[in-house]
Design a protein around this ligand. Structure first.
Ligand code: ARG
Ligand code: ZN
Length: 881
């Protein structure tokens, strides 16, 4: 592990390199423990650079075996090699020359899962962000674009499948049972997009004909026997390819496209040119083993990685500060794809929930950073919800401000102007300015300023003048490294609703700019005054969640109730309901902490019942409304001095009240939604299952018995219903015989399938209450558990730390201490994973004092450990900072 970095990288220090590498030829002689890599680099000195300028290449844990320049070995003074760096000082006068480097690496002992490693015996690579330097010495940065030719040699028995980027050019046999394949990628690309896969894998194949009539061979490689579970991913891939042609005019550009699923992977997936490598979680699905959420995740990630071919690969990033240039934009594209494939409103609400759950706390805590950071110590720690999800929201706001036509015009210009380049956020913003003639300089603050703006709003209706005024004020708190903030350009979609539920069209608007259904707030404080408003309207603000802000509005409760039932924008309805529920839940927390029972609000209980019963609404939408804000949502909205036990008590009290009040209609609806016919993962069927499973929880609470969940568990013909029943059994009736039996039955049935067993670990790790720590500690010794596998570690440790508020935040701090010990263990093998898991403690300052002290002590224990990785050191220091 690299413990010695901790160097600070700054955006303003960007300098182009002295040398370019237009071509690279790689030869891999694969052996499990001793792989030899021969790299032939064609080097070009940039104009104006002196021949005396050294060529300094990046390495990480490398072992140099041989080095020549233009075919000749160098004297000892001609170069300097360490595992982290190769500096060549003895260089030819000519501006073009060849450097040949031979390194030896060990894929078997590579447990960081960066560079070339083995996962279940399959050789695979992960090079983003800085993994290529663990394979060979290189200018390992995204502004160095090269044409790659790759020859792979391996034992045919061990690795019948040999894959790399681009098109397959040649294959053949060698002596000693070995064989080879040569791959060539004609598109210049940065080293982080290099990939190699070799091993014994099964596959499914298909093809796609592009709109200009070129046939592309598609294949998905998986573990033998799992081929049928890749069919949904293949279908999603073909739909993605078609959608990108239709919606963004983007066509695929190679003869083949391969996807490989591996079981050890640090992230979701990776967009290597023509050879996407996936965490098997985002490829494998069938009714028996995958939930509806898994299917939706596969569809989204397959699309995301495919869309990177244009936004990331054809146009890449100049440096890693520009990460959101490819990630925010590509998330936006995959969101739009899923919205088109499924229900747009339901998809949008899911996005808002994710943003609030993951990005808002990041922006409010010690790890806050701008969408485009200006500083980093460890780039792997910046693959964050801010860069990805908020980055996507920023692109969405550009579309809201420009409108869909000018947005598309800007995107077309982006592809035309920057194809084949390594670009910046400035380049991206400029195409929209040029396409629209608008100045977006104030808008660009969204890339620079960290933190979630708060919008506080008040209203004034003047019946005599028939005017309605909305007063808006924005504020943005200080974040690490940014104490003073400028006002932002916030696009606020809105509507004014009359007492009949219809939209009111005002005669005119003065004050802040209003264009169609968007108010453009640009000052710190502005008022919009609408005229010709004949009755007091109910305002719906931030429709479609048009900006990633928090909204503090003085809207009375009755207006929120009205919006929850009448807003024509479903996101507006959901936001109003969420506001009402959250206010009640927070009031309940206060009462619980004062030793009293929460007061039940029959109006709100009735409202939830009414929406649930409304057959005109999408089942998935009703399920979202029926699912109360989660414990961490409530905690986030309380903001400080959090007692997670009181939060859980308040939430459970409201669930109980809703369940008690509507038990009969809920039971009838539960029966009516029963699955008839064969399983289909489509959005409408998934929506019905979501609603029914949400009802199952309420009904089980109302009935005070595990019987219903037990019956559903037994009858289930798909994983969504089975997992939902198991969750009710374990979370609501954890000590019952039914829960024990269901857990045993699940293990018996799926014990051969680690990916499915992750659900079994998660459901136990997330059982509320202090006692779960013992369960988690015991499960660490389960035969299927291993801290080395990222999916396993995330299922048990990650789920416990992020999705079990009462268990993880035990008042005695025991879970924090266990967590700190575990992070330190993981850090020895896989720093990236350890650092990622550690972010679970980022909101420690908002806990009540006793827990806060325990959390601080656990963080201090980590910080005080010798030999921390650069990854964990960076996170722990900023978290304590
Ligand atoms: N570019 C990948 C994606 O968003 C993520 C890879 C990140 N990997 C890493 N080691 N930081 O699809
Ligand atoms: Zn991505």
């Amino acid at each position: 592990m690299r413990t010695d970095t901790g160097q600070l990288f700054r955006l303003e220090d960007y300098r182009p390199t002295d040398y370019l590498i237009p071509q690279i030829s790689l030869v891999f002689d694969l052996h499990p423990e001793r792989t030899i890599v021969r790299a032939i680099l064609s080097i070009e000195r940039r104009e104006g650079v002196e021949a005396s300028a050294p060529l300094v290449l990046d390495g990480d844990d490398l072992n140099l075996v041989a080095l020549t320049v233009n075919g000749a070995a160098l004297g000892d003074n001609g170069y300097q090699a360490t595992p982290e760096r190769l500096e060549i000082t003895q260089l030819p006068e000519q501006d073009r020359f060849t450097v040949e480097i031979v390194t030896e690496i060990n894929p078997t002992t590579n447990r960081q899962l960066m560079g070339l490693y083995r996962s279940s015996g399959v050789y695979c690579t992960q090079c983003e962000a800085e993994g290529f330097r663990r394979i060979t010495y290189f200018l390992d940065r995204p502004d160095i674009l090269s044409i790659y030719t790759v020859r792979i040699e391996a034992s045919e028995a061990e690795a019948p499948v040999l894959l790399s980027n681009g098109n397959r050019q040649e294959t053949g046999d060698l002596a000693d049972g070995r064989h080879f394949a040569v791959w060539h990628d004609p598109h210049p690309k940065p080293s982080y997009l290099f990939a190699l896969v070799a091993g014994s894998l099964g596959h499914i194949s298909d093809s796609f004909t592009t709109r200009s009539g070129r046939k592309v061979d598609l294949a998905i490689y998986v573990e033998h026997g799992k081929e049928p579970r890749a069919l949904y991913a293949m279908d999603a891939l073909k739909r993605s390819m078609k959608w990108d042609e239709e919606v963004f005019g983007r066509e695929y550009d190679l003869e083949m496209f391969n996807v490989v699923a591996v079981s050890d992977f640090n992230m979701g997936a990776m967009e290597n040119k023509g050879l996407n490598v996936f965490n098997d979680k985002y490829v494998l699905a069938d009714a028996e083993t995958a939930t509806d959420a898994d299917y939706a995740g596969i569809e989204a990630v397959i699309a995301h990685e495919y869309f990177h071919n244009w936004t990331g690969n054809r146009i890449t990033c100049r440096d890693w500060f520009q990460l959101c240039l490819k990630e925010g934009l590509t998330v936006f594209r995959d969101h739009e794809f899923s919205a088109d494939q499924r229900s747009r409103a339901v998809k949008r609400i899911a996005e808002v929930k994710t943003l609030r759950a993951h990005q808002f706390p990041e922006d409010a805590g010690p790890l806050a950073h701008p969408v485009r950071p200006r500083r980093y110590r460890e780039i792997n720690n910046f693959y964050t919800a801010t860069v990805y999800e908020k980055g996507s929201e920023v692109v969405r706001m550009i579309r809201t401000i420009l409108g869909p036509e000018l947005f598309r015009k800007g995107m077309d210009l982006y592809f035309e102007r920057h194809d084949g380049e390594a670009a910046t956020i400035e380049d991206f913003v400029r195409v929209f300015e040029d396409a629209s003639g608008q100045n977006l300089s104030q808008f660009a603050l969204w890339y620079e300023q960290a933190g979630t703006p708060n919008l506080s709003v008040s209203y004034d209706y003047d019946a005599a003048e028939k005017t309605f005024a909305i007063e808006l004020e924005q504020s943005l708190k200080a974040t690490p490294g940014q104490s003073r903030k400028k006002p932002m350009h916030i696009p606020i979609k809105f509507g004014l609703i009359g007492s009949d539920g219809k939209e009111i069209a005002p005669a005119s608007a003065t004050g802040a700019e209003v264009a169609a259904d968007v108010i453009h707030l640009r000052q710190r404080k502005e008022t919009v005054r609408f005229t010709g408003v004949t009755e007091r309207p109910v305002p719906s603000l931030l429709r479609g969640f048009s900006a990633p802000v928090t909204l503090a509005s003085e809207l009375p409760r009755d207006d929120l109730m009205f919006l929850a039932l009448n807003d024509s924008d479903p996101i507006g309805r959901w936001q109003a309901l969420t506001k009402l529920l959250t206010a009640k839940l927070i009031a309940g927390v206060k009462r619980v902490r004062g030793g009293k029972a929460p007061v039940i609000d029959t109006d709100i209980v009735g409202l939830v019942g009414e929406i649930t019963a409304d057959e005109r609404l999408d089942a998935a939408f009703r399920a979202l409304c029926l699912t109360l804000p989660g414990e961490s949502d409530i905690a986030r909205d309380i903001g400080n001095n959090i007692d997670p036990d009181a939060v859980l008590a308040s939430r459970d009290a409201l669930i109980k009240a809703i369940a008690g009040a509507h038990a009969r209609p809920f039971a009838a609806l539960y029966d009516a939604l029963a699955n008839n016919g064969t399983f289909s993962p489509d959005a409408a069927s998934a929506g019905r299952r979501a609603l029914r499973n949400s009802l199952l929880d309420y009904l089980s609470v109302a009935e005070g018995s595990p019987s219903r969940a037990e019956a559903q568990y037994r009858a289930a013909d798909n994983m969504t219903d089975r997992a939902a029943a198991l969750s009710v059994l374990v979370h609501r009736f954890g000590d019952s015989e039914s829960a024990g039996q269901a857990l045993a039955a699940f293990e018996e049935r799926f014990g051969g399938d680690p990916l499915v067993m992750d659900k079994w670990f998660i459901v136990q790790a997330t059982r509320p209450g202090a006692a779960t720590l013992d369960t988690v500690q015991a499960l660490m010794h389960h035969r299927l558990f291993s801290l080395d596998n990222p999916n396993r570690a995330r299922a048990l440790i990650g789920a416990f730390a992020t999705a079990n508020q009462t268990g993880f935040n035990r008042a005695d701090g025991a879970a924090y201490r266990f967590f700190a010990d575990t992070i330190l263990k993981i850090d020895v093998e896989n720093p990236q994973l350890a650092a990622r898991l550690l972010t679970a403690l980022r909101s420690w300052r908002s806990l009540e004092p006793v827990r806060r002290d325990h959390a601080r002590a656990a963080l201090a224990q980590i910080a005080g450990t010798e030999k921390l990785s650069a990854d964990v050191k960076d996170i722990v220091e900023r978290t304590l900072g």
